[in-house]
Design a protein around this ligand. Structure first.
Ligand SMILES: [Zn+2]
Length: 297
């Protein structure tokens, strides 16, 4: 199985259009140690001809144009992208579907709560249901998503999309966010862009992964407040921090397989190749994803 990181950044990308935090400023200036990254998406294949997209990033058009493996190669209209799985209904997880609207046959896999949100939003009928099939996936139930590759949705602790929040409903709800488990030829990769807590259940779900792509949104829980670019903690946004005794780095450094951070917010100093925080992640044996990263699982 091969995985390609199409986009490694969290919502907003790196740099974010309206952000002047130190990292975004360096990325915007062309600093080679602050490589720009698009919003999160991963592509996976077993046969090299049929690809599964994990997440539909708002940057999907740009990501496809940067990835020759995803170019049309058969006849006048064609795409190697055979299917998409949606892990959350956040803007950075579904908006890219609109890029895939040009009368191209495709399967969309998603759990019922995310399909319901697509169904409530008329704009997604731009993907003609006669040729773009929407397939409901039950959690923990494997499906043959593309030739040679089995997909399983793993429920993760997280929260509903920001645009669905109201005063009565804020934090963790079941069915809000998922990881994608991919199995092929006895090898396993798990893509988990959002995880609010590394619980016992999460640890058991992730333990078998030969390659784990995990939520690296913020380095410290109050990072966005500290940079004056937001009022919310990471946990309030449904993401556990990288650092600290209860952070993800301590958990991932004990994981047997290869671990790679993705869904990295532009305020997170691990995006900067020369930061002490990046050195800390490096020395724990955990990698930091970048756009175009190729992973042989
Ligand atoms: Zn920024």
């Amino acid at each position: 199985m091969k995985c390609l990181v199409l986009g490694a950044a969290a919502g907003g990308g790196f740099p974010q259009w309206n952000c002047a935090c130190p990292g975004c400023t360096r990325a915007r200036s062309g600093d080679p140690a602050a490589r720009p990254r698009t919003q999160v998406s991963v592509a996976a294949t077993e046969d090299g001809a049929h690809w599964l997209l994990i997440g539909a990033s708002p940057d999907l058009r740009q990501q496809i144009l940067q990835t020759p493996a995803l170019f049309p190669s058969e006849g006048a209209r064609h795409s190697p992208i055979a299917a998409v799985v949606l892990l959350s209904a956040d803007v950075d997880g579904i908006a890219g579907l609109l890029v895939l609207r040009e009368q191209q046959p495709l399967r969309i896999y998603a759990p019922a709560p995310i399909l319901a949100i697509l169904g409530q939003n008329q704009i997604f009928s731009a993907l003609d249901s006669r040729i773009v099939e929407r397939i409901e996936l039950a959690p923990n139930t494997p499906v043959a998503a593309v030739p040679g590759l089995t997909l399983t949705l793993l429920p993760m602790p997280g929260k509903i999309p920001l645009y669905q929040e109201n005063r009565n409903s804020v934090l963790a709800e079941p069915g809000a966010t998922y990881a994608a488990r991919l199995d092929a030829g006895g090898r396993c990769a798990i893509v988990a862009p959002a995880c609010a807590e590394y619980s016992e259940t999460v640890q058991q779900s992730l333990a078998l992964a030969n390659v784990l792509l995990f939520d690296g949104t913020l380095f410290t829980d109050d990072e966005m407040i500290a940079w004056h670019v937001g009022e919310k903690t990471g946990r309030r946004m449904g993401h556990m921090p990288v650092s600290g005794a209860e952070g993800s780095l301590a958990k991932l450094s004990a994981h047997a397989g290869r671990c790679i951070y993705l869904h990295i917010n532009n305020t997170n100093p691990i995006l900067l190749d020369d930061s002490p925080q990046r050195a800390e992640v490096d020395s724990a044996g955990v990698e930091v994803a970048y756009d175009g990263m190729e992973i042989d699982v």
